[in-house]
Design a protein around this ligand. Structure first.
Ligand SMILES: Nc1ncnc2c1ncn2[C@@H]1O[C@H](COP(=O)(O)OP(=O)(O)OP(=O)(O)O)[C@@H](O)[C@H]1O
Ligand SMILES: O=P(O)(O)OC[C@H]1O[C@](O)(CO)[C@@H](O)[C@@H]1O
Length: 332
């Protein structure tokens, strides 16, 4: 192998730059030429790439975002687009493409592999952590820290006014950030898709819980962490309903894209560095159609399809203790 390339796709995640750096430095160590396509799959279609050298990745390990930029490229879904990408990759002489992104980006890599003879390898990079087969994804730990920092701050004003706060975190349709940020912040309630069967039941549960907690400790702040896309009418409407039902002022806070930014925490930098180096070595061994994963601190490769065919479960013990803690809060 002489030439290897990479791209970052889907939502950016803190640690993507650390991963790019590891891929570049490992590739150079093995004597490979290394390229970075820009703007996700758009770069493959438009031949927008950089020949990366060590100087391109100096001083980026601590930076959020991605120096290659990211994008959602809807046109890449078509066979024509994948054929064009294959033609462009061949024209540049690329033998392996490393895709850093979420499960959607891996579907894109799989789609490309139906039309391209080169090797494709995925590296899980998304704050949502919704990728089956790996304990954590690059960016996830930083997103929890960022959410936690905000929730702690909201708690101060919530305490001062004895208000209910509904804090919406990201996760698309997965509750990893929600549950972990709720546990770490000592939130009073958490609403995540995996544990919510019916919104009506959930609303009743929260109101009962707020009443029980109020009887036990009097007026106090009450923090609910909720995953985005969960409440059909949105958190602003839910906050209004809670204000009416409990007669306690409830305010919504949507943390939003702030969770995607910031300097990666050490766990994300280390994970990204390990995965980046491992992906290059996997490519040199001829692997293709796989995702790099880390389970119990052991790196390995699993089929790309694994990442989207099975739903990743929340840690059941974390779910249990969160529920036990809620029940304890209600007791006299
Ligand atoms: N079925 C598919 N076929 C071809 N390309 C796809 C497919 N699904 C997704 N992609 C490509 O991958 C890109 C990123 O996918 P998506 O928007 O789902 O984000 P993601 O990689 O899952 O990351 P995140 O969930 O963190 O935002 C899409 O914009 C598209 O370019
Ligand atoms: O930047 P966009 O396209 O609004 O994406 C938001 C989505 O991306 C994610 O942050 C993942 O990166 C999801 O949690 C969220 O739903």
């Amino acid at each position: 192998m002489r030439k290897i390339a990479m791209l970052t796709s889907g939502g950016d995640a803190p640690g993507m730059n650390a991963c790019i750096r590891a891929i570049v430095l490992t590739s150079l160590r093995y004597g490979l030429e290394v390229y970075g396509y820009k703007h996700g799959y758009n770069g493959l279609l438009e031949q927008e790439y950089l020949n990366l050298r060590a100087s391109n990745v100096t001083n980026i390990i601590q930076r959020g975002g991605t120096i290659l930029r990211s994008a959602r490229c809807l046109t890449f879904m078509s066979d024509d687009a994948a054929r064009l990408a294959a033609k462009n990759l061949d024209a540049l002489g690329i033998e392996a493409l490393l895709v850093i992104g979420g499960d959607g980006s891996f579907r894109g890599a799989h789609h490309l592999s139906q039309h391209w003879q080169g090797q494709v390898i995925g590296l899980p990079g998304t704050i949502d952590n919704d990728i089956y087969g790996t304990d954590a994804t690059i960016g996830y730990y930083t997103a929890i820290e960022t959410a936690l920092d905000s929730i702690d701050k909201v708690r101060d004003t919530a305490d001062a006014f004895e208000r209910i706060f509904l804090i919406e975190v990201m996760g698309r349709n997965a509750g990893f950030i929600g549950l972990n940020a709720a546990i770490a912040s000592g939130a009073d309630q958490v609403m995540v898709p995996e544990l919510t069967r019916s919104c009506e039941d959930e609303l009743k549960n929260i109101i009962d819980h707020i009443d029980a907690v109020k009887r036990r400790r009097g007026n106090n702040s009450y923090i609910v962490v909720i995953t985005e896309n969960l409440w059909p009418q949105g958190v602003t409407q839910l906050a209004q309903t809670l204000t009416e039902e409990t007669e306690i002022e409830c305010r919504p806070v949507i943390l939003g894209h702030v969770q995607r930014g910031g300097s990666p925490v050490s766990q994300d930098r280390v994970l990204a560095t390990k995965m980046g180096a491992y992906a290059v070595e996997a490519a040199l061994e001829g692997k293709s159609g796989v995702m790099v994963a880390e389970v119990n601190q052991q790196l390995s490769c699993c089929p790309l399809e694994t990442s989207w065919q099975t739903q990743k479960a929340l840690d059941p013990y974390l779910v249990k203790i969160q529920q036990d803690l809620f029940d304890l809060l209600k007791r006299p």
